[in-house]
Design a binder for this molecule. Structure first.
Ligand code: MN
Length: 230
């Protein structure tokens, strides 16, 4: 069975359940005892989960007043995991903070606060009761011929858009080297990227893991875990 590494974060259960439902075995990492080198040698794939903001100094900016740091040590730990996963061509699936971390790992930068820094932006931080994280927030437009379009094929039913949930105040600004945009919101916010030259290297800005009960985005986890089995 494909073992999927996940760095600890505050909302683990939905990530773990999404991996299980797609046929994988989640393994939650511990900074102190799981060195990134050992992790990348010992698992089939790396899942980068949601969380607070990546430290702006890592991509060369001063912190915006809304900056909220992630768990101590998490940025450096996950960046090291991504570097090693890239060297090993290990499949990576990155979600919300994960897509932002992935972009920074490729040398990209972030919009630090959408509401105050992007004129005309949609509401990307939909206020939802905690038991309804799957409420849909906005549409995304998906690049045809992308891996994302192929994986979501059945759900798209021939169209090139779908509705997603949205709980982020940051977004990708300049893209990191090797990444291409594969979905955007109608206001231009980047909602998905991938590196098409890699086995599976895909990031999304929404939260597909919240949908494990109903399965709208199960195909994303299934494609990731299929890649992680090889
Ligand atoms: Mn969004």
């Amino acid at each position: 069975m494909a073992v999927i590494a996940i760095a600890p974060c505050s909302k683990l259960p939905d990530y773990e359940e999404s991996v299980r439902r797609a046929g994988g075995a989640p393994r939650v990492l511990h900074y102190a005892t799981d060195s990134p080198a050992d992790v990348v040698r010992g698992v089939g794939g790396l899942l980068l989960a949601g969380g607070n903001d990546v430290l702006p100094s890592i991509y060369g900016e001063a912190a915006h007043q809304t900056f909220e740091a992630a768990e101590a040590g998490r940025d450096e730990y996950e960046l090291e995991l991504v570097r090693r996963a890239r060297d090993a061509d290990l499949p990576v699936f990155a979600i919300c903070r994960g897509i932002q971390l992935l972009n920074v790992a490729h040398g990209g930068t972030l919009i630090q606060d959408i509401p105050s820094q992007l004129t005309g932006a949609l509401e990307h931080r939909l206020a939802v009761p905690p038991h309804q994280p799957f409420d849909l927030a906005h549409e995304i437009w998906i690049e045809k011929d992308s891996r994302l379009a192929k994986v979501l094929g059945e759900r798209l039913e021939g169209s090139d858009s779908c509705e997603v949930n949205s709980r982020h105040h940051q977004a990708l600004k300049t893209l990191g080297e090797g990444l291409v945009t594969t979905a955007t919101a109608p206001d231009g916010v980047i909602e998905a990227v991938e590196d098409p030259t890699r086995r599976f290297w895909l990031g999304v800005q929404w939260h597909p893991e919240n949908f494990w009960r109903t399965g709208e985005f199960r195909s994303l986890f299934e494609a990731f875990i299929t890649a992680a089995r090889r």
